[in-house]
Design a protein around this ligand. Structure first.
Ligand code: GEK
Ligand code: PPY
Length: 235
């Protein structure tokens, strides 16, 4: 279904409710530059660290696209676990996984409350940005502690620049992108308002520092388009 969520006047903050879930795949595809390419990269990097029986977690799995694509592309027999606290998203994830014949354990829970046992790969694409700072740092530490030695944390984030002049240009570029994707000025500004104080982006450096402070040995930006980036961190 086509995303028209912000085509009408909205007065509440952004939520992952039934309405958003019903158009979510289209929303992400049209709102995140190079979303599909970054997802493909996440998966091919993950595959290099996996073997039969590996545990893979996706924090904020939404409709489970990443785990489904991983399962389709991987030659390994994996234990896939998707975690999300939106029931509407998980209902769609469950239907999609069934349709693709992919076995995924879907947990309706807060990321903080789940034991990420013996993780080989943890994905979290565009989800940390919704976790309050301080809690975000605690979560990354928890991810680090849950990973096996040599395991990886693969995550994507919307970014800000500390340079206000460049940051304004980041925003302008992103809005031009959204216009090319068929969103109107009204939809763009409504969504911007709804995301205020809900989506809190860090700079690329802040993300890397958070990763380093948690103990990771190495962190690389493997893809970046203006204010969107994919990172891989190795324990
Ligand atoms: N504390 C939390 N606990 C559990 N889930 C949460 C929490 N906070 C937010 N979520 C969930 O994180 C997801 C973020 S979307 C991820 C896209 C996906 N990774 C993708 O690549 O397709 C990104 C976006 O829409 O910007 C939503 O499904 C929330 O319900
Ligand atoms: O649509 C927007 O304006 C956003 O910034 C939303 C967004 C950002 C990053 C990932 C997913 C959605």
């Amino acid at each position: 279904m086509i995303d028209k969520v912000f085509n009408k006047t909205i007065s509440k903050q952004f939520e992952f409710d039934e309405e958003v879930a019903s158009v979510f795949d289209d929303m992400l595809d049209r709102s995140v530059p190079f979303y599909k390419q970054m997802q493909k990269l996440s998966i091919s990097f993950a595959n290099n660290f996996l073997e039969d029986g590996s545990n893979v977690y996706d924090l904020g799995c939404s409709t489970a696209s990443t785990l489904i694509e991983l399962s389709k592309s991987s030659k390994y027999n994996l234990n896939l676990v998707g975690i999300d606290n939106s029931n509407a998203m998980l209902e769609r994830a469950s239907k999609k996984a069934k349709a693709f014949g992919v076995e995924i354990k879907l947990l309706n829970a807060d990321i903080f409350d789940v034991d990420l046992k013996d993780a080989k790969v943890v994905f979290s694409n565009y989800t940390l940005q919704f976790i309050r700072p301080l809690n975000r740092e605690k979560l990354v530490k928890k991810i680090y502690d849950s990973l096996e030695d040599g395991g990886v944390f693969i995550f994507s984030e919307k970014l800000v620049s500390k340079n206000s002049f460049l940051n304004k240009q980041f925003i302008d570029e992103y809005y031009s992108f959204k216009k090319t994707q068929g969103y109107s000025e009204f939809e763009i500004s409504q969504k911007r308002e709804a995301l205020e104080n809900v989506l809190i982006p860090y700079t690329e450096d802040e993300n890397k520092k958070m990763i380093e402070d948690a103990g990771f040995k190495h962190c690389e930006t493997v893809f970046k388009w203006v204010n969107f980036a994919l990172f891989i961190a190795i324990k």
